[in-house]
Design a protein around this ligand. Structure first.
Ligand code: SF4
Length: 229
């Protein structure tokens, strides 16, 4: 038991009553970004307004179960680990997500958010580590990128480019050259699983001396592309 549900007055109580639609909660290892390798509880919220060509969580687009934020915080507490990641789908598509993030932070957890970058992140609790996608052309969703979100990123946050080939790689480098990231914000380059050979992307990054961090999805290396992992 690493977190506690705080009682911080009427506003906090109201937030805990907010509801979100949840596809799944599960315990795994964080496979990506700054928290990689930590045992982590994942809360996958239902629904996404995007349709990335290579999406690996289409099962989260519909269905799910409506759950109160307070109950979810308790569920996370019961898992007994410190790290929790709110993901999707696109979690920010649900207004209750902001209450969920706040409730988890109030509960004493180390909270990260995975978001597509297509929705406004301004209301995200500043205690949350944000991992924000920038959609490359191979996703088919480049037009959804909100560059105004950059001004809301803080040190420790990360932007993630999932790349399906050389054209995406070149696009991402050009994008970064034209959009300097805020101080302390890192760029992650990740290959589309099963589509771009990780070693090829690693070679491109080294050859280009690109100011980015290479990553592969650790959970897929360990367990393959399966839900709940
Ligand atoms: S934003 Fe994420 S969940 Fe939505 S379609 Fe793209 S990859 Fe899938």
């Amino acid at each position: 038991m690493t977190g506690t549900i705080s009682a911080a007055g009427p506003a906090a109580s109201e937030a805990r009553l907010a509801r979100v639609r949840v596809t799944e909660t599960f315990l795994s290892l964080q496979g990506e970004a700054a928290q990689v390798g930590w045992p982590t509880v994942f809360i996958r919220l239902t629904g996404c307004p995007l349709r990335c060509r290579w999406c690996d969580t289409e099962y989260s687009f519909i269905g799910g179960e409506t759950t109160a934020v307070g109950q979810l915080v308790q569920t996370v507490n019961d898992y007994g680990v410190r790290h929790v990641c709110v993901t999707g789908g696109e979690p920010l598509a649900q207004p209750g997500c902001l209450d969920l993030l706040r409730g988890l932070c109030d509960g004493g957890f180390s909270v990260s958010l995975e978001t597509s970058g297509a929705l406004d992140i301004a209301g995200v609790d500043p205690r949350v580590s944000v991992v924000m996608d920038l959609k490359a052309p191979g996703s088919g969703e480049t037009a959804r990128n909100r560059t105004d979100n950059l001004e809301h990123l803080k040190p420790g946050d990360q932007v993630k480019f999932v790349l399906s080939g050389r054209a995406d790689f070149d696009w991402a480098l050009a994008w970064l050259a034209g959009h300097p990231l805020p101080e302390g914000v890192e760029a992650l380059f990740s290959p589309v699983y099963g589509e771009l050979e990780p070693r090829l992307l690693a070679d491109w990054i080294v050859q280009a001396r690109a100011p980015v961090r290479f990553q592969v999805q650790l959970h897929k290396l360990l367990w393959g592309d399966v839900p709940g992992r």
